[in-house]
Design a protein around this ligand. Structure first.
Ligand code: XUL
Ligand code: CO
Length: 434
């Protein structure tokens, strides 16, 4: 039984008018000695592709899911796996990501939920072996169930904390069972809605203890993939502790966790934090901690996490400039944490949505590579800082200069003549390549 009314999506080149074809994403084409698919490492998000009914705060879901009987049965969960793999196969997407409760139902008690999870994982394992598809990362849903309304690893209630720990322990184990390349923490409820009832210091200490126990457990079962923290400032909480790259890095350093964690940066989360995505990517990359990307985009006219598919080539170019500069992904990739608009309710719209995102990133990759090869942009930046390459600048960077010495120099040199930052020239340079 097939549910997506199309064959495998093919690359047809930029002159193709076929909406169900790639115009730019040519998986085996080499860009700078590496194939596009190895650069981009696209992943499908189980929660959006298989489970997102496309509801919004004002109305129920519209998505047609003819494969789904809407029950919480394990049979229904297992049947979805085949549909998901049909989708991945037709899209040529070789990685995926899931939450424990997307792939398998939350049942009456923890033991029953875990047993159901094992059954679905056995099916996923079979499909991975059959297709060569890999798990980019797994995670646990610690935000949907009412027990987590006041947090999971930052809950004021130790028994909720224990429940969350048990759920994460199991989720790491099944991620390992599926040879997952990473494990993500997104703390949707790890924050507060008012400080009036919150002991922030204790909550952060508890969160760090939780992460340390996760690291210890991973070690004990031989899971060596990195953990990722996915920053987001708010929504659902008023303030989330993992609010942006800088806050996450500070937390990881303060609690001595940086050796085991990298960041998974999501565009729409960065913009909710008041940053560009390239800002949060750069902050992570500077700390050697840019692990993976949740690819999507927000809407400048709507102030919340709209999780739209990325289609803006200027943005994908800026993202790929950072990725290429750090030498590409290792364990990470580009996970489409993106959903269709509520109006796009047919299964085939999933194809249109992912084709758009994949083509936008293919173009971003090609453009970023060309800008890198051209070299003028990097050269401009290098020259801009060249006064730090020798003399007093080099001493400053080496940490051997003193205020007294700098004062002497400033007195002797008089008023500095500053060079132009040439922002507009550089913006024009990017457009040369787009
Ligand atoms: C929520 C979000 C999550 C994480 C995984 O905004 O991005 O789906 O990616 O929990
Ligand atoms: Co995400």
């Amino acid at each position: 039984m097939e549910y997506f009314n199309c064959g495998k999506i093919q690359y047809e080149g930029s002159s193709s008018k076929n909406p169900l074809a790639f115009k730019h994403y040519n998986p085996t084409e080499k860009i700078g000695g590496k194939t596009m698919k190895d650069h981009l490492r696209f992943a499908g998000a189980y929660w959006h592709v298989m489970r997102n009914e496309l509801a919004d705060p004002f109305g129920q879901g519209t998505a047609q899911m003819p494969w789904d009987d809407k029950s919480d049965s394990v049979e229904n969960a297992i049947a979805r796996v085949d549909v998901f793999f049909e989708f991945l196969d037709k899209m040529g997407i070789e990685f995926y990501c899931f939450h424990d409760r997307d792939i398998s139902p939350e049942l009456n008690d923890l033991a029953a939920s875990s047993a159901a999870l094992d059954q679905v994982v056995a099916k996923l394992k079979e499909k991975q072996a059959e297709t060569g598809v890999k798990l980019l990362w797994g995670t646990a849903c610690l935000f949907a169930h009412p027990r987590y309304a006041q947090g999971a690893a930052t809950s004021p209630d130790a028994s909720v904390y224990a429940y969350a720990a048990a759920q994460v322990k199991k989720a790491i184990e099944v991620t390992n069972e599926l040879d997952g390349l990473g494990y993500t923490f997104w703390g949707g409820r790890e924050g507060y809605s008012t400080l009036l009832n919150t002991n922030m210091k204790r909550e952060l200490d508890h969160l760090a203890a939780f992460m340390h126990m996760a690291v210890d457990h991973a070690k004990s079962i031989g899971f060596d993939g990195p953990f990722y923290i996915e920053p987001k400032p708010r929504e659902p909480s008023t303030h989330q502790y993992d609010s942006d790259s800088a806050a996450c890095l500070n937390f990881l350093r303060e609690y001595n966790l940086l050796d085991h964690f990298k960041l998974n940066i999501e565009t729409n989360h960065a913009t909710l934090a008041g940053h560009t995505v390239e800002h949060d990517l750069t902050v992570a990359a500077n700390a050697n901690a840019l692990g993976s990307i949740d690819a999507n985009t927000g809407d400048t006219l709507i102030g919340w996490d709209t999780d739209q598919f990325p289609t803006d080539i200027y943005m994908t170019t800026q993202i790929m400039l950072v990725v290429l500069k750090m030498g590409g992904f290792t364990t990470g990739g580009l996970n489409f944490d993106a959903k269709r608009r509520r109006e796009s309710h047919e299964p085939i719209d999933l194809m249109h949505a992912h084709i758009g995102g994949m083509d936008a990133f293919a173009r971003g990759l090609k453009i970023a590579h060309a800008i890198q090869e051209d070299g003028r942009m990097a050269q401009f930046v290098e020259e801009r800082y060249s006064s730090f390459d020798q003399d007093i600048g080099a001493k400053i960077e080496a940490g051997t200069a003193s205020f007294a010495e700098l004062e002497q120099l400033a007195l002797a040199n008089g008023e500095p003549t500053l060079a132009s930052g040439r922002q507009e020239m550089l913006e024009n340079l990017i457009n040369e390549f787009i």
